[in-house]
Ligand binder design. Structure first.
Ligand SMILES: [Zn+2]
Length: 228
């Protein structure tokens, strides 16, 4: 994402689960922010009503495999079948590999069928070594204009996110002035602006477009694609 894109993009991996996802949806609503949820197919099978709710509230969903498979541990065909099974529930063109890794052979198959969306800010909200405050500090330290930030709607992260998510969103919002936000959404004029503050992405449709742009801009962290 170019640095003159005055938005950050929120993503949540590994859900949906009742212990975390509804809380996150309420926080996002409070901040009028939209996100993309990379869901595990098996969780969608268990909690289809939460999947429906995510979509109903205007967020995007992405495929995160059916069983949260690590590409390095599985054959290409096994992996492809798992992704396809997940998509029978998810109906999405976005894909994010669990653990951020894809075998070369899987990568080519995925790329033909999906848009691969990586990230540049990992909050590490899942880590038992970090506090909620550490998670917020990761956002403050690493978020830039155009960043794709990754949180998790998982059991490991939710205790931290109860405070870290609203604090992070509050901080991100404070980086933007209302007039700049207005500019961004009314005339779409962003290209001449540099080093301006961050705005939280608030429209799913823009998020679509922006994620696509991001991929072409090659901010994909290609070193995370495993060869062979
Ligand atoms: Zn994951």
């Amino acid at each position: 994402m170019p640095a003159d894109d005055h938005a950050v993009y929120l993503s949540f991996d590994d859900g949906p689960i009742p212990e975390a996802t509804p809380f996150i949806l309420d926080v996002l609503d409070r901040f009028d922010a939209k996100a993309i949820f990379f869901m595990v197919g098996d969780n969608v099978r268990k909690y289809p009503e939460i999947y429906e709710e995510v979509v109903r509230r205007g967020h995007l969903v992405g495929n995160h495999t059916y069983h949260h498979l690590g590409s390095f541990k599985h054959w290409t065909l096994t992996y492809a079948v798992d992704v396809t099974e997940a998509n029978a529930l998810l109906h999405t063109k976005y894909f994010r590999p669990p653990h951020g890794w894809l075998r070369h052979t899987v990568y080519w198959w995925i790329k033909r069928n999906y848009r691969v969306v990586m990230w540049d800010v990992v909050t590490r909200d899942y880590s038992k070594w970090l506090t909620a405050e550490d998670v917020v500090n990761n956002v403050k330290r690493y978020a830039r204009n155009g960043s794709i930030i990754t949180f998790h709607d998982s059991l490991k992260s939710i205790d931290k996110l109860r405070t870290a998510l609203p604090e992070s969103l509050q901080w991100l919002r404070e980086q933007a002035t209302p007039s700049r936000r207005l500019n961004k959404w009314t005339d779409g004029e962003t290209s001449k602006r540099v080093d301006k503050p961050i705005v939280i992405q608030t429209r799913a449709t823009v998020c679509f477009h922006a994620i696509g742009t991001n991929m072409q801009a090659n901010r994909l962290q290609p070193q995370r694609i495993q060869k062979g």
